[in-house]
Design a protein around this ligand. Structure first.
Ligand code: GDD
Ligand code: MG
Length: 360
């Protein structure tokens, strides 16, 4: 087993509204583009050849990762003219694979942060003789995911993408977005048209009697589909809860990148990352948050579980709680922003303009 496909295209690739020009895989998590963590974890599991299947903004990946040799990888890039869906994207890169028909190929959704034991998934695959094996995890609310019930031997009995009705919610096991496919299964996906692996390929394989094997692994797992999840994931990387060889420096309560300027009495906790050229002023408290490059957190601000975009400014004594401040936005002093509020890139909020608490 030496190769993998990484899916980094489709509609959900941009972290909206924060980074208008940056595709999500390139938004920094724990100081490096998120994709670095997936690449490094795959490499650590023995993967040597990775094909990046993307559908737009491909031009940002190659200048950064090049041929992958810095990571000990051989990286290739394939760009779809129009998004081909997950299955279409996999089929579209088949000609780049080197594996023989019976050899296993790893496939990863590009927006997942996980501690999955990749070798164990491959071993499960080879050991069970399956056509496809899937990493499964358990979640409280499975509606946003693909539901994957299995029998007593772990064999997949159905695949229900984004179940709509209560009757469809037959299990809390979901598709965690990492698969092993036999090469011949990839070649059997129709070419040249959009295909959803979740809605077409998996149900079709099951109907045809193919062997799909599930491996439930309840290690760290997070879909980084929202900015809030992104902040959580970045903090968990810094804290060491989400394992990645690509975290720069040692894991701990905070990660302050070179060139950041943090006041001596500022308090950074909970896996907070402060990017290059960012400033955190006197007495500020930043917990479980990401402060991207060049952002400014003024004295006395209190920031919790929030994302502050590149070059954005958060005024003195302002409180951010579960907030997203877009790149280049300015939140004036003495504001209070809470509960999933998103400040658009380059927007301006005057001092003392937004408060949640009573007027005292
Ligand atoms: N190249 C390419 N082309 N990649 C695509 C395309 C496409 O047209 N469409 C989606 N992708 C990539 C996305 O970039 C992402 O990395 C992955 O495929 C999954 O797509 P999402 O759009 O993020 O799907 P989702 O999160 O709603 O659901 C998927 O992930 C869940 C786990 O997080 C499904 O696989 C679910 O079954 C699964 O539970
Ligand atoms: Mg997703």
């Amino acid at each position: 087993m030496t190769e993998a496909i990484l899916l980094v295209g489709g509609k959900g690739t941009r972290l909206r509204p924060l980074t208008v020009h940056t595709p999500k895989p390139m938004v920094p998590a724990a100081g490096v583009p998120f994709l670095s963590h997936q690449l490094a974890r795959a490499r650590a599991a023995g993967v040597e050849h990775i094909v990046l299947a993307t559908s737009y903004l491909a031009e940002v990946f190659e200048p950064y990762f090049g041929d992958g040799s810095d990571l000990g990888l051989h990286l290739e890039y394939v760009t779809e003219q129009e998004p081909l869906g997950t299955g279409g994207a996999i089929r579209n890169v088949a000609s780049r694979l080197r594996s023989g028909p019976d050899e296993p190929v790893l496939i990863f959704n590009g927006d997942i942060l996980t501690g999955l034991d990749i070798r164990a998934l491959v071993d499960t695959h080879t050991g069970s003789g399956a056509d496809v094996s899937l990493h499964l995890t358990r979640v409280d609310d499975p509606r946003a995911y693909g539901l994957v019930p299995t029998d007593a031997d772990g064999r997949v009995t159905a695949f229900l993408e984004k179940p709509q009705t209560p009757e469809e919610i037959v299990t809390d096991q979901i598709n965690a977005g990492a698969y092993v496919f036999n090469r011949s299964v990839i070649d059997s996906i129709p070419a040249g048209r959009p295909v959803s692996v979740e809605r077409e390929t998996f149900p079709g394989l099951l109907a045809a009697g193919a062997h799909l094997q599930g491996m439930v692994d309840s290690t760290y797992w997070l879909d980084l589909g929202t900015p809030q999840a992104f902040v959580r994931g970045s903090a968990d990387l810094v804290l060491g809860r989400a394992p990645s060889p690509a975290v720069p420096g040692r894991c701990g309560d905070r990660l302050v990148l070179p060139g950041a300027d943090v006041a001596a009495d500022a308090k950074l906790t909970g896996g907070t990352v402060v990017g290059a050229g960012a400033t955190v002023g006197a007495g500020a408290r930043v917990d479980g948050s990401t402060v991207l490059d060049g952002a400014v957190v003024e004295p006395g601000a209190r920031v919790h579980d929030s994302l502050i975009g590149a070059g954005a400014r958060v005024g003195a004594r302002t409180v951010l709680e579960g907030a997203v401040v877009g790149d280049g936005a300015e939140v004036g002093a003495d504001n209070e922003l809470r509960d999933g509020v998103r400040v658009w890139c380059a927007a301006r909020i005057p001092a003392g303009a937004v408060r949640f608490s009573s007027d005292q």
